[in-house]
Design a protein around this ligand. Structure first.
Ligand code: ATR
Length: 277
């Protein structure tokens, strides 16, 4: 077996300029004194198949895949983890014995962020209410079902929520977007996975009055750091979890795979990434 002295990893997406992943992995490489690299690579959708084909000869140990390539990456890997197969999307790749492996660490990232930022959240009673039905919602719903939470799912386009519920076969109840405020009564957790609240998008306007005092509000949007939803939840005295935690925690398993050491999501790292937001 040969030892790779300067392992190279990447994040591929389109566009990719604003990715925070190079900051996160650069911090960990420096912290551990590893002579490796992690670079952002912009690949347009028509070129992605060629990028995947050429990976073994380009000297990479692996990398991250972000929008809009996660589904294509899943279709192209030789072996997908059970989580990636369930989500039909890959965000972490690595080469091993000549084969290309794919995993999806968004689920683990979502759960680890909640565990770190709202310890004991899963002990609170009540259902979890999830807003949205895109790829991010899929990862969040899967994570919640794994922790045995019943999920109430609301999406502007109801059919997409129904398709997502069918995909998971049990444990997800779909409600109309218009019925949201009443569905919050007694809920232990509210998670926003829609793009509402992202920079350049309208804010998520939702009345949080029905949530119990021990409920947790998690907005997976991380740009800006503090969304209108987070501010509203804080004003009500609820515990909040911002999207930056999921971003940081989904990165850790990939780093360990490529560089051999398990990194931590520390306050220093958080400050560094938040300063860039
Ligand atoms: P991703 O894969 O990143 O989760 P996506 O598939 O583009 O993203 O989904 C974005 C989510 O935000 C969807 O749930 C979308 O609702 P629709 O399925 O009805 O499109 C939701 N969303 C975007 N703009 C919205 C708006 N103005 N009001 C309510 N929901 C919105």
């Amino acid at each position: 077996m040969s030892i790779n002295l300067k392992p190279k990893a990447f994040v591929v997406g389109w566009p990719i300029a604003h990715s925070r992943s190079p900051i996160i992995h650069g911090f960990w490489l420096k912290q551990f004194g590893i002579q490796g690299s992690y670079e952002a690579i912009a690949v347009a959708p028509p070129d992605f198949s060629d990028f995947m084909r050429d990976l073994p000869v380009n000297g990479f140990v692996g990398g991250n895949v972000t929008l809009p390539h996660k589904q294509k990456a899943f279709e192209r890997v030789d072996r997908a983890s059970a989580t990636a197969a369930k989500l039909e999307a890959v965000n972490t790749l690595w080469l091993q014995d000549g084969a290309l492996y794919g995993d999806n660490t968004d689920v683990e990232g979502f759960l680890a962020a909640l565990d770190q930022d709202a310890p004991g959240w899963d002990a609170a009673s009540g259902d979890a209410v999830v807003l949205g039905a895109g790829g991010a919602a899929r990862a969040v719903v899967y994570g919640l079902l794994r922790r045995s939470r019943r999920v109430i799912l609301a999406n502007r386009t109801r059919e997409r929520a129904e398709a997502l519920a069918t995909h998971f076969s049990a444990g997800v109840e779909v409600i109309d977007w218009a019925r949201l405020p009443s569905s919050l009564e007694g809920a232990g957790l509210l998670v926003n996975t829609t793009s509402l609240g992202m920079k350049g998008q309208p804010p998520l306007e939702i009345e949080l009055g029905g949530l119990p005092d021990d409920a947790v509000v998690n907005d997976i949007v991380y740009f800006p750091l503090e969304t209108a939803l987070i501010r509203r939840a804080q004003a009500r005295g609820l515990r909040t979890v911002s999207g930056i935690g999921m971003l940081l925690h989904q990165a850790a398993p990939g780093f360990e795979r490529w560089f051999g050491l398990r990194p931590g999501v520390t306050a220093d790292l958080r400050r560094l990434v938040e300063a860039d937001a």
